[in-house]
Design a protein around this ligand. Structure first.
Ligand SMILES: Cc1ncc(COP(=O)(O)O)c(C=O)c1O
Length: 379
């Protein structure tokens, strides 16, 4: 008998909303992809290498020059030596990296601890490999992690803990104490940690991104995932990477080679050159912080309560003082009556917890943000 995997899953929220708004004038603030242009220099490099390198397959672990650029960045930021040869691999985006890492480590009956609200790709990847997601709810009002609650859920079946900082969609970020607690909980166990850090360069209000790589000992059991798509506003390129110990990476690579074999060559050359010239990540950071400020300056006069976001390009809005409709129904009404698509937060909880919160991406041009925010003022 053929085992049916994931057939009970519906479409994810981003697809549902894009299907609903297609062919209408509705402003889709729920979509992931930014409409902020990427750097001209990076585009020029991509064009150059599409002409020069399209006929080449790249090395299965990714172009070495690009891996070296990543290793250099890690050394500069965390003082950590990571081998470009053995400990860094290029992927077809963070989603593939996440799926491959999960499928490398999770077998039938294994438990994976993850935190809700959770990005939509984690649970399907766990379940299609026979794993069981074990849910911990982030605590309001700032969506921090209750590590004591995590400790109670750890047992001999726990294979992985998946963390995400800065967190999509709440914008919560790790602090030093989170690193201490994560290290304490996992030390002396065989648990590995996958850390989704795709928003590492979007952290606001003078705070800094605290990676699991900032602790050398903790880093030994971690697989850190990042995305050039998110970092450089080129999500359509679908290119990212993971970093781990040599031991973990050798297992992951065996899986990746048969899942995807190699990653597209021209964009790897373009990114390698781009990193070599030196990137000022503060520019991206400032750009997104300004956008957050811009849209929130308009929304502060609305009836929505703005939930502070410390990172990512997502903003949550509490509407509990406006309506007691379910968030899915309220989101639908905002879309139909005011022409703006926002996402309901309940879709990121396995049991659809409804805290009367909607969210949106501010990675959009200011004209669209102004138009959408002015519509929300009417609600
Ligand atoms: C938390 C998180 N992880 C992973 C991804 C996927 O990144 P990629 O486009 O590189 O697959 C996203 C995309 O928005 C994300 O928000």
């Amino acid at each position: 008998m053929i085992k049916e995997k994931l057939l009970n899953k519906g479409k994810d929220i981003y697809t549902v909303i894009s299907d609903l708004v297609q062919g209408t004038d509705i402003i889709n603030l729920a979509k992931i992809s930014p409409d902020i242009p990427c750097s001209d220099k990076l585009t020029e490099l991509a064009i150059k290498y599409i002409k020069e390198k399209s006929v080449e397959y790249s090395h299965p672990n990714g172009l070495l020059a690009l891996r070296e650029g990543i290793a250099k960045n890690i050394k500069q930021r965390y003082g950590l030596n990571k081998s470009a040869i053995n400990e860094i691999t290029i992927t077809a985006g963070a989603t593939q990296a996440m799926y491959t890492a999960i499928s490398t480590f999770v077998n039938e009956g294994d438990e994976v601890v993850l935190f809700e609200p959770a990005f939509n790709s984690y649970i399907p990847a766990i379940e299609s490999n026979g794993g069981r997601p074990v849910f911990v709810q982030r605590k309001q009002p700032d969506y921090h992690i209750d590590w004591e609650a995590v400790l109670k859920l750890i047992n001999t079946r726990t294979k992985l803990i998946i963390v995400n900082t800065p967190h999509n969609p709440t914008g919560a970020i790790f602090n030093e104490e989170d690193i201490v607690q994560l290290k304490k909980i996992t030390s002396g166990t065989k648990i590995n940690v996958i850390s989704d850090e795709v928003f590492e360069h979007m952290v606001f209000d003078g705070q800094k991104h605290i990676s699991v790589l900032s602790d050398e000992k903790l880093a030994e059991r971690c697989i850190v995932i990042s995305s050039f798509g998110i970092t450089f506003n080129v999500p359509g390129w679908k290119i990212g990477y993971y970093v781990s110990s040599e031991e973990l990476m050798s297992k992951i690579r065996k899986k990746q080679h048969f899942q995807i074999n190699t990653i597209n060559t021209p964009f790897q050359y373009a990114l390698a050159d781009y990193l070599k010239e030196g990137v000022d990540y503060n520019i991206t950071n400032k750009q997104f912080e300004k956008k957050k400020q811009f849209v929130n300056d308009i929304l502060k006069d609305s009836r929505f309560k703005i939930i502070p976001t410390k990172g990512t390009f997502y903003q949550l809005l509490d509407y509990s003082e406006i309506s007691d409709e379910k968030d899915t129904e309220f989101a639908r009404r905002i879309m139909d009556e005011y022409g703006v698509a926002l996402f309901p937060l309940s879709v990121f909880y396995h049991d659809s917890i409804d805290n009367k919160i909607l969210g949106f991406s501010f990675a959009r041009n200011n004209k669209i943000l102004t138009k959408a925010a002015n519509q929300l003022l009417k609600v």
